[in-house]
Design a protein around this ligand. Sequence first.
Ligand code: FAD
Ligand code: NAI
Length: 475
Amino acid sequence: MSQAFDVVVIGAGPGGYIAAIRAAQLGFKVACIDEWKNAAGGPAPGGTCTNVGCIPSKALLQSSEHFEHANKHFEEHGISTGKVTMDVAKMVGRKDTVVKQNNDGILYLFKKNKVAFFHGRGSFVKAVDGGYEVAVAGDKPETLVGKQVVVATGSNARQLPGVPFDEDKVLSNDGALRIGAVPKKLVLIGSGVIGLEMGSVWRRLGADVTVLEGLPTFLGAVDEQIAKEAKKAFDKQGLKIELGVQVGEVKVGKKSVTVNYTSAKGEAVALEADKLVVSIGRVPNTTGLNAEAVGLALDERGAIVVDADCKTNLPGVWAVGDVVRGPMLAHKAEEEGVAVAERIAGQHGHVNFNTIPWVIYTSPEIAWVGRTEQQLKADGVAYKAGTFPFLANGRARALGDTTGMVKFLADAQTDEILGVHIVGPMASELISEAVVAMEFKASAEDIARICHAHPSLSEATKEAALAVDKRTLNF
Ligand code: FAD
Ligand code: NAI
């Protein structure tokens, strides 16, 4: 016997679980299926983000930052600690606890919102009258029928051709988050978000870290001035980043792994390391979904084809998050999940792709929203720029972290904010003000005229807005 639902959601990552909760809030009878297993084989909803992504990486970034502060910066505050040591197993255990709290939190939210949760793999069986039949293969096989189906099956790490992940020597994000002891030498391929965040964790803990990047420019999607400033800081910390390399053969030995590559100068290099992390992007995941059974269209990358409203080629089937076009970010997936639930209810859910913030949680943090200076030039938009360094911000001095700046880009005629770019302390929190401002189509002058608490890092935001009109007060 099949169980009937108004909405069946496949995948309980940030896209899926949020879509399920919002649909339930709107009065629908909702099921959510997820196959992720915890170490004991039980359910672990939350997807990549909760289990092997956003949450565990931020837990390790926090622990390793504390370690670095205790080792290198406490002394300047007059605090002596003696020898500071790191118990990696305990750090990883704490990270696992944080993950579990989030898994449990989602199970609680499903109960609270009366979302029926099914643990197992969901796959399309066939289209039926007024909906779709979806099989759940797990400990308790089930057949569900959904009038509407939301696919939120996420993404997987991209592997180097011919170099499969063994999660021992060749690690994806999964293995990189559970290395059991600080490696002497760690190589990461790809200086994108994961390369920089994971590289920072293990460098802070004492590993000799090299990041190999194929492109000749560092963080090409980031505003050039901000990327340059970040690179300076990473160089100073001893995070070795080699740009413009061509990775060749990777030899996996019993005790080490060797990456052969050609440097930007054309030299052949063989770099031996204890572990290799491959962080060269992610691929949409539709494994086991049986998309063919119902004729669900995928593109050449394997992503589910959707329109601007997340509608697929099939009536009543929607897709959100990493499995569709657009940035692979948890908050983008969530916004799409909410919007789809609201569209199913006949409302006008909306996601503004122009105001999705990006954050790289390194130290200094890098955060931005809107267009970069290079994009504005390419688009032929006349703009004004204003920057303010944290060096001139009282709170940053008190914190002992004056690296970086806030940068505003505003339309030359209307003064509308077109982009805000931050490298520096707490950039992840500061960027929200810029997102709100852009969402309300604020001008740089609007921010410049708003009272900001003193002393606070947010004063650097106000001052950068003032700088657009060449009238900073503290620099
Ligand atoms: P996912 O989170 O991948 O969830 C998909 C879920 O569907 C999984 O639980 C999977 O098991 C399940 N599933 C798949 N197929 C089936 C099936 N057939 N049946 C049942 N279940 C299925 N983003 C940020 O915004 N901020 C960050 O700080 C950040 N840090 C990251 C750090 C790392 C190391 C990584 C790898 C990613 C990070 N991301 C971050 C990206 C973020 O994790 C993803 O954008 C987000 O998880 C996408 O959500 P989703 O719901 O689309 O997919
Ligand atoms: P990425 O797209 O951020 O970076 C991949 C990097 O690898 C690029 O710089 C690319 O030029 C390089 N590259 C690709 N192929 C290569 C090759 N063969 N040799 C050398 N370099 C190569 O991808 P990453 O870091 O794997 O992360 C995947 C996604 O996960 C991110 O794009 C982001 O969407 C998400 N994420 C978000 C985080 C956040 O929001 N803080 C944190 C971590 C991941």
